[in-house]
Write a protein that binds this ligand. Structure first.
Ligand SMILES: NC(=O)N[C@@H](CC(=O)O)C(=O)O
Ligand SMILES: [Zn+2]
Ligand SMILES: [Zn+2]
Length: 347
């Protein structure tokens, strides 16, 4: 077994950078290893217009550590009032790479999301016409649907109808957590699915057995072990429809360790070491580059990165338990095992 692996520099196709002090603190954790990332627009208030996306991109670039080479790929937050021509202009100018659909109330900062899907049909049709991908948080929000079933029900009740009424719309099922998500992604054209780092590691027992673990709580919530195994099989299969979207989602410890804790796992710091560990366990180290560095650019129609990173296997990797921010500490995802793959950026 080779102890050294060189990959094209990876990209992250689903990332939360936040804003202000939090942005400043978490950005280097991503830009150290990743060349590009699809930046989630769920700020408060959300990034809804092209002008807001341009201003947010400039704040990200201003916060970038000197010497880090990182390109934020911006998105717009779809609301029932989104103007199709603003979306088309933001796409034509190269400003945005995707539009993000949150069902209203599904997750962190999603209050302005979509409740009536008929109201966004015009935007979706415009996106299909110009080839702009739609990224989806795929969970229904109906009270009567069990939280562990919300992804599967979303596929039947929302995603499949959208795809039938808007043929040709390029769609990304983000952070899939179920075998239902894997199966649906495999059944369709013009459809891809991102998989997070943490959903390859944890199932729902990790959140709940032996005391509640707020740092393992995210949305969509981790499911049964059989679903985790389906995600691991999909991620390591070499199938080009599956690629990395870490969904690294920082919240302060005060906001996580609370009577009403926020959803989100912060994985930017140790993602590449964790993924190498998983792919090695699955006998698929030769497919890691596809998942982290090749399949995403292919779907988004972008070139792969010219530069590379090298992973070497050795003594346990050391990384901080927490990242300090001016808003308070943010706990780094604990994969529950030593990691042995060290990441080196090649100049
Ligand atoms: N994944 C999460 O649990 N949280 C994300 C929102 C999201 O991606 O749904 C966040 O913004 O904190
Ligand atoms: Zn989401
Ligand atoms: Zn997210």
């Amino acid at each position: 077994m080779s102890q050294k692996l060189t990959l094209r520099r990876p990209d992250d196709w689903h990332l939360h950078l936040r804003d202000g002090a939090m942005l400043q603190a978490v950005l280097p954790e991503t830009s150290r290893h990743f060349a590009r990332a699809i930046i989630m627009p769920n700020l408060v208030p959300p990034v809804v217009t092209g002008a807001q996306a341009a201003a947010y991109r400039d704040r990200i670039l201003a916060a970038l550590t000197k010497g880090h080479d990182f390109t934020p790929l911006m998105t717009l937050y779809l609301t029932e009032n989104t103007d199709p021509s603003d979306v088309a202009a933001a796409h034509a100018s190269g400003l945005i790479s995707a539009v993000k659909l949150y069902p209203a109330g599904a997750t962190t900062n999603s209050a302005s999301g979509v409740a009536d899907f008929d109201k966004v049909r015009g935007v979706l049709e415009k996106m299909a016409e110009i080839g702009l991908p739609l990224c989806l948080h795929g969970e229904v929000t109906d009270n009567e649907i069990d939280i562990f079933d919300r992804e599967a029900v979303f596929i039947d009740r929302v995603l499949d109808p959208i795809r039938r009424t808007t043929p040709g719309l390029r769609t990304v099922m983000e952070h899939i957590t179920t075998s239902n998500g894997v199966d649906y992604a495999k059944s369709q054209d013009n459809l891809a699915a991102t998989i997070t780092t943490h959903h390859l590691i944890i199932n729902r027992n990790h959140i709940l057995v032996g005391g509640i673990k707020p740092h393992y709580y995210c949305l969509p919530v981790a499911k049964r072990e059989e679903h985790r195994l389906a995600l691991r099989a999909a991620a390591t299969s070499g199938d080009k429809r599956f690629f990395l979207g870490t969904d690294s989602a920082p919240h302060t410890d005060a906001n996580k360790e609370s009577a009403c804790g926020c959803a989100g796992c912060f994985t930017a710091t140790n993602t590449m070491s964790i993924l190498a560990h998983v792919f090695e366990e699955m006998g698929a180290l030769d497919r890691l580059e596809g998942f982290t560095s090749l399949n995403g650019p292919a779907f988004y129609g972008l070139p792969v990165n010219a530069d590379t990173i090298t992973l070497t296997k050795g003594d346990p990797v050391t990384y901080p338990d927490k990242i300090d921010t001016a808003d308070g500490p943010v706990t780094v995802f604990d994969p529950g095992m030593d990691l042995h793959w060290h990441v080196h950026s090649n100049p």
